[in-house]
Design a protein around this ligand. Structure first.
Ligand SMILES: Cc1cc2nc3c(=O)[nH]c(=O)nc-3n(C[C@H](O)[C@H](O)[C@H](O)COP(=O)(O)OP(=O)(O)OC[C@H]3O[C@@H](n4cnc5c(N)ncnc54)[C@H](O)[C@@H]3O)c2cc1C
Length: 345
């Protein structure tokens, strides 16, 4: 394993912001991961794990070691007599390619999550979700290196703490994901509850590959392609607020939309609506802009630094707090500064 010094990270984050890491390593095996961690530990420097870099923002240079997970390989379980099949995918595999390969093998469930950038290892971190499906449903277990106990363990789905854009992997830095075991289905049932999909399939026959194509089409029309314009998808999570707070907001903002949550005392509010209402679409600040198509997406429209993007995010969240009394929480992991900077006291 090669350790690089003063590594330029511009091409390794989809915001395409310039930042350097004092030390950098790409790992392709369990042994290499342990070696990289030993290297950081021997020098008492912090480390950050990255996959595809599609949900991170380097707010400044990183004074430690960035470890990029690059292990490859997919193992298709031989047991084929039931309706389900297990598949073990290495963390460094590209997520969209993995979804495509599952479909080719007639293993279904992940179609609604097509075209989400990043790696297989990045998917459980924030329990990726799109078009009415969250990845947790199809995860059986996750193989990780526990950096506290310094050993390899397997964590069953029920112990992963999966929640809306969250898991134990997102709330703590203790576990490094090396592979994920998925359980996919053969007898496919379309999941078309999301309004954009149900509108498209009213008269069209849904097969898994048609749903996959439709999801890819919808996403390509709506979301900026990170290979063309720097971004990390939704910058903030959709806030979940208590029903009594919602009722107060509804009297002031009668059109405010909402989604039900599993807990009937709480509702989810689309952050994009709050930001759009406040006129954020298309606003620019020092090379960082809010996408003109989607108020929740910050784009690097002109050589922005990570700090420029953070400053814009700070202004957006402050205006939501001032006008709606709602605190927006970033979905993107901010590296280099405390993300509480978004809400200075
Ligand atoms: C255009 C666009 C659209 C998007 N759409 C969606 C969407 O619809 N739904 C959605 O949920 N997300 C979406 N995202 C966000 C992002 O693509 C996902 O969160 C993705 O799963 C991140 O994977 P990654 O490999 O790029 O992770 P990175 O960005 O590299 O890392 C993200 C976090 O995960 C950690 N991490 C990554 N790999 C590992 C590992 N192996 N072990 C431990 N920690 C790890 C990192 O430390 C960091 O905290 C979108 C992003 C973009 C750019």
């Amino acid at each position: 394993m090669k350790i690089q010094k003063k590594k330029n990270l511009t091409s390794l984050n989809t915001f395409k912001v310039h930042a350097t890491a004092d030390f950098f390593a790409e790992i392709t095996s369990e042994q290499e991961l342990e070696e990289a961690l030993d290297y950081a530990s021997a020098r008492s420097i912090p480390f950050e794990i990255i996959g595809g870099g599609s949900n991170i923002l380097f707010a400044q240079d990183f004074k430690g070691m960035v470890i990029r997970i690059r292990n490859k390989g997919i193992l298709w379980d031989k047991v084929k007599d039931s309706d389900k099949q297990k598949v073990t995918a290495s963390a460094g595999e590209d997520w969209h390619k993995f979804v495509t390969r599952c479909l080719e093998k007639n293993l279904y469930g992940l179609e609604n999550l097509a075209l989400i950038p990043g790696t297989v290892g990045g998917a459980p971190i924030q329990n990726i979700g799109a078009y009415g499906v969250e990845v947790e449903e199809f995860i059986s277990s996750v193989k990780v290196f526990d950096v506290i106990k310094k050993k390899w363990i397997s964590i069953e789905r029920k112990n992963c703490g999966f929640d809306y854009r969250s898991s134990i992997f997102k709330t703590s830095d203790r576990f490094i994901i090396f592979s994920v075991i998925f359980e996919l289905v053969r007898n496919w049932e379309p999941r078309l509850n999301h309004k954009e999909l149900s509108a498209k399939f009213f008269s069209k026959k849904a097969t898994a590959s048609v749903v996959f194509d439709e999801v890819c089409k919808l996403r390509s029309n709506k979301l900026p392609d990170p290979s063309v314009i720097g971004n990390a998808g939704s910058f903030f999570k959709n806030p979940i607020i208590p029903m009594n707070e919602f009722k107060k907001l509804k009297t002031k903002f009668p059109d405010i939309p909402f989604y039900k949550t599993e807990n009937s005392s709480f509702l989810k509010i689309p952050a994009a609506w709050l930001l759009d209402y406040l006129g954020w679409k298309g606003k620019t600040l020092e090379g960082a802009s809010v996408s003109p198509k989607h108020a929740l997406i910050i784009i690097n429209s002109g050589n922005a630094s990570g700090r420029n993007i953070l400053d814009l995010a700070k202004k957006m969240s402050s205006s939501v707090l001032d006008n709606f009394g709602i605190m927006l929480v970033p979905e993107v992991r901010i590296i280099g500064v405390n993300s509480n900077l978004l809400h200075p006291t």
